[in-house]
Design a protein around this ligand. Structure first.
Ligand code: PEP
Ligand code: MN
Length: 296
């Protein structure tokens, strides 16, 4: 007996026909759609590294991190102007002021910006500043927000809900696709499981990467920072993610010569570590190209 409501990957052609390989044959069995964000291309083979602070706290902090991210060789700048915090009493971000700071950082470094929106009423505002709009884990199933963001005409970074199955995640992406926006990049950011709190923040589900690649042509990246919550795990988790076929990384970085970050300080890495990760990502790609040439 099949219990209705219990979904498997066999249901994906029905749940998400617009983004499913099997129902949208344009990308064949193994091609990825290339999603372009101001000249940065996700899904063309070369891993994309997005890095930056958890939150845009102020001008000096953000600019210092943005310059370090640029020097380390990363491709895009991240930073939350609107922060989803567990407690409403915690720092909630700097809002439109933060968006202005991100714009300044982009002007100076040339790095395209990705930033999160949590409220349908603010989609227009965030879209004015962002090159790519992030839907956070907590809002993955906020279907009205998905539709509103999709219609803003910018590429979307769709983080996986921390308790979302593959079908639920791809179903959420389908809400964006249904509005006519196929510029979607998926981001695995760790799921709720036994480890939470004992030795890491979430469990990085690397197993989902090959499953995503098999079922949809949308590019997928990994956020090792939120997935582990532990700075020392970010570099090995990044390497592992690339080995599993991740087409990019999103990493939180801090400038430790300044004030301690106001959120997620324990998972932030320094720019030297970021530079090593970027180098590994480039070399990993070159190694794959050589292997493919040898196999041909
Ligand atoms: C973030 O990337 O800023 C963030 C809040 O992550 P998540 O939505 O995955 O928790
Ligand atoms: Mn964070």
């Amino acid at each position: 007996m099949k219990i209705s409501g219990l979904l498997t990957v066999d249901d994906l052609p029905r749940i998400a026909p617009l983004i499913c390989r099997h129902t949208n044959p344009r990308y064949g069995e193994d091609q990825t759609r290339v999603v372009e964000v101001r000249g940065v291309r996700f899904g063309n083979g070369l891993p994309v590294v997005i890095a930056g602070p958890c939150a845009v706290e102020n001008h000096d902090q953000t600019l210092a991190v943005a310059r370090a991210v640029k020097r380390a060789g990363a491709d895009m700048l991240r930073g939350g102007a609107y922060k989803p915090r567990t407690s409403p009493h915690d720092f909630q971000g700097t809002g439109v002021e933060g968006l202005c700071i991100l714009r300044i950082a982009r002007e100076e470094t040339g790095l395209p910006i990705v930033t999160e929106v949590m409220d349908t009423r603010l989609v227009g505002q965030v879209a004015e500043y962002a090159d790519m709009i992030q839907i956070g884990s907590r809002n993955m199933q906020n279907y009205s927000l998905l539709a509103e963001v999709a219609r803003a005409g910018k590429p979307v970074l769709l983080k996986r809900g921390m308790a979302a199955s593959l079908c639920e995640w791809l179903g959420a992406a389908e809400y964006i696709a249904k509005q006519g926006n196929l510029d979607i990049v998926l981001c695995e950011r760790g799921i709720k499981a036994f480890a939470a709190g004992e030795y890491s923040r979430y469990v990085l589900d690397l197993n989902v990467i090959p499953a995503v690649l098999a079922n949809t042509f949308l590019p997928v990246i990994v956020d090792p920072s939120h997935a582990t919550g532990v700075a020392s795990m970010v570099e090995p988790a990044s390497r592992a993610a690339l080995e599993f076929g991740s087409q990019g990384l999103m990493i939180e970085v801090a400038d430790f010569s300044r004030a301690r970050p106001r959120c997620d300080a324990d998972q932030a890495i320094n720019s030297e570590t970021l530079a090593r990760i970027v180098k590994f990502a480039r070399q990993h790609h070159e190694r794959l190209v050589v292997e493919q040439q040898q196999a041909a």
